[in-house]
Design a protein around this ligand. Sequence first.
Ligand SMILES: [Zn+2]
Length: 508
Amino acid sequence: MPYFVRFDTPSVKKYVFATKSLKEIRGASAILENLTHEDARKVINETKGEIFYLSGGSGLIMFNHETAAKDFASRLPQVFFQRTITAQVKIASKEFKESTPFAEVRAQLNTLLATTPPIAPIGVSLSPATPLCSACKANPVKKLHDFDADSSESLCEACLKKIDHMKKRKDKISHLPYLLGIAKHTNQKTATWNPPESLATVGEACETRKGYVGLIYADGNQMGRALERLEDHQPEDILQFQEIAEKYREFSQNLKNALEDAVYSSIMEAHPEGVIDEEGITQFASEILFLGGDDLLLVCPADHALAIGAKIAQKFEDTASIKKKGMSLSVGILIAQSQIPIYTMQAQAEQLLKSAKKHSFWLDKKDASSRAAIDFSVLTTSSAQDLSDSRESEWQLKDGTWLTGRPYSVQGILNLIDWAKRMRDEKISVGRLSQLQAACRISKAQGNLALFSLLGRMEPHKRDVMMQIFREAGAGSYEQPMWTMKPRWGQKTPYTVINDILEIFPFI
Ligand SMILES: [Zn+2]
């Protein structure tokens, strides 16, 4: 009877983003890539497993015998700990009858995995006197690492491995596979480019406001439904499970190709010439921090973040193999100063992603032609809290009126960028718009008064641009010029796009 093993790396982001430094993040991401595609694959081959999928530290594997499955399940954590020192792994395994519908196999393994505790590497006991790693500040120091002649740091074993891994890779192929992927997808000159030196370098490449980066966190929608379609017939023997496995592998490959193509081309369109540092060396302006399955995290200069995020979602959804499956992306985009710890940024971007997911679910329910959804935020000290709380307290008036239209569809984001650019080109003053925003925060009526006063003082062509934008946003009526009355999230509460335009103003 077929025996299935499902595994996952539960705290994968925590492992990848344990430090602030882009070098270690890059190393961690590469270790994970190797761990999945070389180390885990080797154990699967040796134990004669059949791969359904394998990516980003997770996988679903079928074995013909319990002994082989158990052998695999006992060897896998060893490989994980050897490579990562600190990453935990979760494994669920179960035997199924040949006649079990595959959707049920998948559902049961998911439940089993969710309730299985992770296997953690044996920790080193820390006493208050133990010196901690200067990079991750979590594990005991293993040794002093010399970055170059005049900088060295006391690092733990996990962080040392991340750095060492990057070095080895650099000697061999000079860049991460992702960067090579970009070179492959565009013209060859990028093969000689360097990855960005640090998050500060990425922030410096933001032309409209120096020092700001955008963190883009994307994830596939309607994945479960797409998988169900691969499992439409009931298996009668193990051969038919193998057929499903074949379909799964093809699906994973299509997903990977579609996401990579969308990401690489969007990044390159934003900065076709890269950025040139003080020493005259060309670097990529953006970097992919994590890409596995339908899961993506990338950092880019803030002034391109919204456009890159929207384009990735659009291109992914427009890919033939993805369109056929009715899949799309949800995207969370956080704009923040480059010195904010990336782990903090990632946690915020994750909340934005969740909010985008809800919107996508709604788009799907009302059968919209595009189901991709995007939410964004500029990180300020006041927004560094739970997103749903801050959204309501910051952006909703007592009468239910919303001061934001977020989350948006892809077209919604492209519109916002266009509107902000047109206002900027018309030299409509940010100061005046801020007064308008302050009035809106008091009440809808105050907002209206402030708008009428603003329009009254404006030169006619500026007024026309403002009114045209409101009309394009579904507002622009004589009595309520800036309030869009159409339902948002199925709720018939009015909202205005003016604050969203104002928020992205410095980053377009
Ligand atoms: Zn460390």
